[in-house]
Ligand binder design. Sequence first.
Ligand SMILES: [Zn+2]
Length: 467
Amino acid sequence: MQSNNSLSRFLARSTRAFAAFALSAGVALGSTGAAHAQRVPIVRDAEIEALVRDYARPILKAAGLANSNINIVLVNDPAFNAFVAGRRIFINTGTLMTSETPNEVIGVLAHEAGHIAGGHQERLRDQLARAQTMAIVAALLGAGAMVAGAASDTNGLGAAGAGIMTGGSEMARRSLLGYQRSEEATADRSAITYLNATGQSAQGMLKTFQRFQSALSLSGARVDPYQVSHPMPRERIANLETLAHQSPNFGKTDSEALQLRHDMMRVKIAVYTQGQAAASRLLRNNAGGLAARYGDAQATYLFGDLRSALSKTDALIKSQPKNAYFHELRGDILMKSNKAAAAAESYATAVRLDPAKSGILPIQLGQAYLAVGTPDALKKAVIEVRKGLDRDRENAAGYRYLAQAYGMLGDVADADLATADGHYYSGAYQDAKIFAMRAQMKMPRGSPGWVRAQDIINYKAPSKKKK
Ligand SMILES: [Zn+2]
């Protein structure tokens, strides 16, 4: 059984991803054909996904792009990047770390929504909408980062960062969602409209783009992918500045509650990806605040004494009893302390309190039941993991836990089908088919499981276009 390491779960990379397309000539996305056991640095975290979804929802609605089922894809990358493809928003952890206020992230999302509403790069966007999440991230990072990431479990961030700078991935990124200057002006104007419609300031967007503009003039400064795809000449920033100041909302700031959630998100990313010192630096102006205490509790859990981490987390829960993610952290600490039954109780509370109904939390609860290991607990594990997968169909790790629970219950057919699904959603189609065939042999023809296995067997991976 896999050890429950929250750090590795936070940085939950798919065990097997498939570089399902290579970029060439800007818009042609075709499969590379070969499946490699590669790791994609996707971060799964219920709290952060919910927050970014809350940032995006009103903006997308104002842009006429309302989609209740928005997937947030967090890419573990310190560079600044964000784009929207179909119902998925790809955003680098670096973007969230760099942005001091929610308004800065919201501004970037508003600008991206402006590109979509303007029909910019529509063809590429359509292809991205159909492509698998893993494949897009693979293209985003380039093969160099992928290989580097696979080589190191514990230092994925640094490894990914090193890969980013390789020439090949730079070329790939330049061609991915690159915009014309005229499109930038349109997207800026649309963004201001959406921000006004939702009563928000354009200050954050302006601040972000001004930072890029000044960074461009510094020789030797790192050029973030976002800068490459969104040209930021001086006159664009000047025009944006005029528009932003004209807005009646310019002086508005984010609500205190939203800023607190933002700070807690930033401190979490800092602790998990850069360690305790980075988190302390981030909140040195508010060292005794709730976000700083949250960071301290997480750092203590990851790098320090578990009993101390538990008492710090209990104090957090006292401050905000209904914060689902404090209970989640409590569950993580108890799991690491080999107290699976108690962990299950904390995760169950987190599931109950989670306003965003994330699939991640029930899967964690299922994992705790799996660790308890009694027949009764294993049945509960199946129920909870399935609930999580219903909400989060592409959660490859969830299928592994489901397979484990079925296996321990002696249900080999369902275990094989869950393994097949896990491979399928990781893009490892050959392995998926092998397990689907194995599952089918043990299932009544035409039963729901049999039909699902048949779907996997029949699936045709997007193939490379012949030149
Ligand atoms: Zn742009």
